[in-house]
Write a protein that binds this ligand. Sequence first.
Ligand code: NAP
Ligand code: VY7
Length: 165
Amino acid sequence: MTARTVGLIWAQTPAGVIGRDNGIPWRVPEDVAHFRATTADHPVVMGRRTWDSLPARFRPLPGRRNIVVTRQPGWCAAGAESATSVPAALALAGTGTVWVIGGAEIYREALAAATDLAVTEVELAVEGDSFAPALGPEWAADDPAWQASSTGIRYRIRRYRRAER
Ligand code: NAP
Ligand code: VY7
C-alpha cells in the first residue's frame, strides 16, 4: 500500500478567522517561514481565490507545483496547473506528500481526504470573512507552548493527526 500524506496547512485566530477581503489580516514572519519550509518541494493545492490573493511577484509559489482548483474550464495562469475539483487536484499531485494551502472553501472540501493538519494559532482578535473548517473528534492534536513572534504576536504551531480508520 502506498502511504500518502495529504496535509492541510493554515493559520487562524482562536475564533477561527483565516482571512478577510481575500487576504490574511496579519503578518507573522515565523509562520510564513514555517509555511515555506513545510511546503517546500511538494505540490500545493489551492482555490482560485487564494491564487488571486497571492501578490503577483509570488505567483507561482516558487519551488512547488502550484495546482489551482477552479470551476472555470478555460482558466489558466502562467506557472499554475488547474483542476476542476479537489479530488482531481489531489490526483494531479501524484502519490507523494501534497499540501492543501487554502482557502476556506478548499479546506472544507479537502478535509475528508486529509491525513495531517498543520495549524498555526495566532493570538489575535481580528474580524474576518473566511474561517477554518470545523474539526471532528477524529482529529488528535499536540499541545505545544506558545511562542512570541518578532512582531510581538503570540503564536503556536499545532499538528493534528487523524486516528486510523
Ligand atoms: P478559496 O477556497 O481559495 O477558493 C474558492 C474558489 O475555488 C471558488 O471560487 C472556485 O473557483 C474554486 N472551487 C471551490 N470549490 C470547488 C470545487 N468543488 N470544484 C471546482 N472549483 C472549486 O476561497 P475562499 O474560501 O474565499 O478563501 C480565500 C480566503 O482564505 C482569503 O481571505 C485568503 O487570504 C484566505 N487564506 C488564508 C490562509 C491562512 O492560512 N490564514 C490560507 C489560504 C487562504 P472559481 O470561482 O474560479 O470557479
Ligand atoms: C500566503 C503569501 C501571502 C501574501 C504575501 C506573500 C500557514 C500561511 C499560509 C498562507 C501564510 C501566506 C505570501 C508567503 C509564502 C512565500 C511566498 C510569499 C513562499 C498557510 N500556516 N500560514 N500564508 N507569501 N496556508 N498556512 O503567507 O503567502 O512560501 O514562498
